[in-house]
Ligand binder design. Structure first.
Ligand code: FES
Length: 66
């Protein structure tokens, strides 16, 4: 789905950036211009960022416990 209509950025593109190392909204802004125009996408992008970072952290904990 499109997260940022102004810049044509999808959730898949955001998730790919996070998997490649983006950990902040600033990083997503630099890579995709998220929030650079109307700003309506910021909350949704932040939610995706937080969810993905939690999943990455949980996966790392599971690896360390195993
Ligand atoms: S929807 Fe992202 S800046 Fe407008």
């Amino acid at each position: 789905m499109y997260v940022c209509l102004c810049n044509g950025v999808t959730d898949k593109e955001i998730k790919a950036s996070i998997k490649e190392g983006a950990t902040t909204m600033r990083a997503l802004y630099k890579e995709h211009n998220i929030g650079s125009q109307c700003g309506k996408c910021c909350q949704c992008a932040k939610s995706i960022l937080n969810d993905e970072l939690i999943q990455i952290a949980e996966a790392q904990v599971q690896i360390q416990v195993a």
